[in-house]
Design a protein around this ligand. Structure first.
Ligand SMILES: CC(C)(COP(=O)(O)OP(=O)(O)OC[C@H]1O[C@@H](n2cnc3c(N)ncnc32)[C@H](O)[C@@H]1OP(=O)(O)O)[C@@H](O)C(=O)NCCC(=O)NCCS
Length: 178
């Protein structure tokens, strides 16, 4: 499962499944990325859950046969996280949702593209997953550009998908059939 690539400025990046021992680092990472952009579902306060709760989530992903939670590491530091989460109900369990974030300091280094490529290859090899869906704010043009390059297309918009400081934002709903 471990995989290595090099960022555009030549740093060695490891991709691996996140484990319960990563819980504290993951929560800290989420607070950092949440404070760096308004495009995620949380802010600088992160998920607001305990380390024990995060350990449980990481265990569930780690042992799940069809869902995946991966971290990109430079040295010991988490620089990016992506999740691919299948729906659990019988008639929609061929659909998985994808989320991704990269620490701002490492944007535009090819990390998002490499991690997404890895997630898509995982989905392609998985017998159950047939569709990857994601939602992205319509004004998040960098992310939309990346998703289109990876083969996703927009199937419509969701008005009032996010509310920040009393302002509503629209999302694009994007799909990739695998
Ligand atoms: C969106 C995000 C995941 C992209 O990750 P990244 O590692 O910076 O992206 P990459 O360096 O792999 O770039 C891949 C492509 O994204 C697009 N892109 C990224 N940054 C861009 C920029 N500043 N301007 C234009 N396009 C950009 C380009 O298509 C780029 O292709 P290229 O490398 O051929 O130029 C990252 O910017 C991020 O975490 N943003 C904040 C959180 C977020 O928006 N998450 C997605 C929520 S749906």
């Amino acid at each position: 499962m471990n995989h290595v690539f090099y960022s555009k400025n030549g740093e060695k990046v490891f991709i691996r499944k996140l484990e319960s021992i990563d819980a504290k680092n993951v929560l800290e990472y989420l607070c950092i990325v949440g404070g760096e952009t308004d495009y995620l579902l949380f802010d600088h306060q992160g998920l607001g859950i305990s380390i024990a709760e995060e350990e449980h989530i990481l265990d569930q992903y780690y042992n799940h046969p069809n869902s995946l939670l991966l971290g990109c590491f430079i040295g010991e530091k988490i620089v990016s996280i992506s999740n691919l989460s299948v729906k659990e109900k019988q008639r929609i369990k061929h659909i998985s949702s994808l989320g991704i974030s990269v620490k701002k300091q490492y944007w535009n280094q090819g990390i998002g593209r490499n991690l997404m490529k890895y997630m898509i290859e995982y989905a392609q090899k998985n017998d159950q997953i047939k569709v990857i869906q994601l939602e992205v704010r319509s004004d998040n043009l960098n992310a939309i550009s990346l998703y289109k390059e990876m083969g996703f297309h927009s199937i419509g918009t969701m008005p009032k998908a996010m509310k920040i400081d009393d302002i509503y934002y629209e999302n694009q709903i994007m799909l990739l059939e695998v």
